[in-house]
Design a protein. Structure first.
Ligand code: TYD
Length: 269
């Protein structure tokens, strides 16, 4: 069951290549399914004949739909607390990938959907909504990002660099008391799992110093105590495809390290 769930939701991970394959029900399967089931319903001669083509439709349709594998791009997520330099590093990374011939794009979350706008208003005017509602808005904003930007770019074979993704929801809304496993499940129902997540790790104190040196008004959630909890959660997420890098390092040094780790996944040097 878990295997099926992960196949359907996360797509195939082809061993050795590190490439993700499209998890969605293939168009070919869907078309075959509808043609054969419609044909099946046209048979007037009793259930025996009707059942056959429609059952064949299901078997072939579902089979070719689920097992239809389309080559996909690579998804890399940059995560970390405010001031950790994600945006700078996302842009450096995509430039360096393009210089090496990769078709790289950067998407930033929260995005510019109505949900993202509402969240930005919360950063400006102060948090007035519950943690649950906040998580819902981030998730709905991401659902649109996945549908309109991330998935099409992956299907087109691009390297997609995310400036924040769903580990941010797990850490930031998790730090408000929501269950991180449930947040993860809610996201992984629709959001493809990154091939690599890089957590740009920084102390909350350094983050606060950087933020106050660079900004006049808040455009994010930045209390030091809160960021300390967010950072702790980010550090708990370490897995084989979730790695931490030192965001206190010099920009070019950090950029070289990030590039090295990403090239190991996309294949290149
Ligand atoms: P962002 O625009 O990335 O801010 P910054 O450039 O300062 O890092 O994100 C704005 C804020 O939104 C930031 O404080 C983190 C928060 N956030 C969440 O709380 N949950 C989420 O799922 C995401 C994507 C961001």
């Amino acid at each position: 069951m878990t295997h099926y769930k992960s196949v359907l939701q996360e797509g195939y991970r082809i061993f050795g290549s590190g490439r993700t394959r499209d998890p969605v029900f293939g168009r070919r399967g869907l078309v075959t399914l509808s043609i054969l089931t419609t044909v099946g319903k046209q048979f007037p001669a009793g259930p025996r004949y009707r059942v056959l083509p429609s059952r064949a439709g299901w078997i072939y349709g579902v089979g070719s739909g689920v097992y239809h594998r389309r080559p996909m791009g690579t998804l890399v997520a940059l995560e970390g607390i405010d001031g950790s330099g994600k945006s700078t590093q996302a842009s450096l990374l995509s430039d360096q990938l393009r210089a090496r011939g990769f078709d790289a794009v950067v998407f930033r979350e929260p995005g510019d959907s109505a949900f993202g706008e509402k969240l930005r208003q919360q950063f400006r005017d102060g948090r007035t909504i519950s943690a649950k509602e906040e998580a819902r808005l981030f998730i709905e904003d991401r659902r649109i990002d996945v549908r309109e930007n991330i998935r099409p770019a992956l299907v087109a074979g691009k390297v997609v660099v995310m400036d924040r993704y769903y580990f941010s929801t797990m850490a930031y809304q998790g730090a408000l008391g929501l269950n991180t496993d449930q947040l993860r499940e809610a996201n992984e129902l629709f959001a493809p799992r990154p091939d690599l997540t890089l957590i740009l790790d920084l102390s909350a104190e350094t983050s606060a110093e950087r933020i106050h040196a660079s900004r006049e008004s808040p455009d994010s959630y930045e209390g030091t105590e809160y960021l300390r909890r967010v950072r702790e959660l980010f550090l708990e997420f370490c897995e084989s495809d979730v790695v931490t890098v030192d965001a206190a390092a010099e920009v070019s040094e950090l950029s070289a390290e990030i590039l090295r780790k990403v090239l190991a996944v996309v294949g290149g040097c």
